[in-house]
Design a protein. Structure first.
Length: 305
């Protein structure tokens, strides 16, 4: 039998690509691969940086934990201290005001140091005067009239090269020359003097209608009075008011203090702890007749007490 021949399948002819096309494809594949590597590298860096940052934040929170939330603290305003809190009070039947505690009071004036000034107190029976001063301004404040004067430097009586003296009056009305005060000072090397006047003015008031009557305290020294005892008594009282003082030197030594009102009388008693008061002699009694220093008060104590 003749051999059967297996039919040959047709062979597709091989198409050969040019060498330059093969190289172009190979380069593109490399670029794609390189791009993937770059993206993976960037992503890795970002992941690493995020991990480092997260670890840092966690460490900071552990080292410095946030304070627990609580109620908002209430803000309390600090009160402004009163610069006149420790000042002394001057008071008569017509007016009252406060002045620095270290200033010295005399019969008709108060002498100030640091700053330097003098306050003259004028009753309604007297009058304010200042021949060598000229009126600069007049103002009204809180029911008071304040007149400010400066020094006149010319004229036969007033000629001077010093123009620094100043004077301020406080009176009830523009036409009044009393009652009131005159605040005299110099602006040379005296920077706080006008601020001090403003504080004095803030405490100043005229007593409506005036207060009538006088009060007196009778008392005894606890030992025979010496000149120093009497000076101590006078100095103590004069630091608070300018009322007349009468000290009668019989035995045992006795004294009486005259004040313009009961309030001042009680204030004086508070600063006399070293003096003896007996019975009604320790009271602030309204004075009905003028005190005669030549008439000693009857002594309620026996010499042995």
């Amino acid at each position: 039998m003749p051999e059967e021949k297996t039919p040959q399948l047709p062979v597709s002819p091989q198409v050969r690509q040019p060498a330059d096309q093969i190289q172009a494809l190979s380069l593109l594949d490399k670029l794609k691969l390189q791009k993937k590597k770059i993206l993976i590298g960037i992503l890795g860096v970002l992941v690493f940086a995020g991990a480092v940052f997260g670890a840092y934040q966690l460490g900071q929170r552990q080292l410095y934990p946030e304070p627990a939330e609580g109620p908002t603290p209430e803000v309390v305003a600090t009160p402004t201290p009163d610069p006149t809190a420790n000042w002394r009070t001057y008071k008569n039947n017509e007016l009252s005001f406060q002045y620095p505690e270290h200033w010295i009071i005399e019969t008709d004036r108060i002498i100030g140091t640091d700053p330097n000034a003098v306050i003259y107190v004028v009753s309604k029976d007297s009058t304010l005067m200042n021949e060598c001063m000229k009126l600069d301004t007049t103002e009204k404040k809180d029911g008071l009239v304040i007149k400010k004067f400066s020094r006149v430097t010319t004229g036969e009586m007033c000629s001077t090269s010093d123009s620094s003296p100043r004077e301020i009056w406080v009176v009830p009305t523009e036409g009044d020359y009393s009652p009131g005060i005159s605040y005299s000072y110099t602006i040379k090397d005296n920077p706080e003097v006008e601020d001090t006047f403003s504080l004095i003015l803030s405490t100043f008031k005229f007593l409506e209608g005036g207060e009538t009557g006088e009060y007196q305290i009778f008392g005894w020294f606890t030992k025979e009075a010496s000149d120093d005892d009497i000076k101590t008594l006078e100095g103590t009282i004069l630091r608070y008011l300018t009322s007349p003082i009468s000290i009668m030197e019989s035995f045992p030594p006795q004294f009486q203090i005259i004040t313009p009102d009961k309030e001042s009388c009680e204030e004086v008693r508070k600063v006399l702890p070293g003096f003896k008061f007996v019975g009604r002699f320790g009271e602030c009694r309204e004075r009905e007749t003028p005190v005669n220093p030549e008439e000693p008060v009857e002594n309620p104590m026996s010499p042995g007490e």
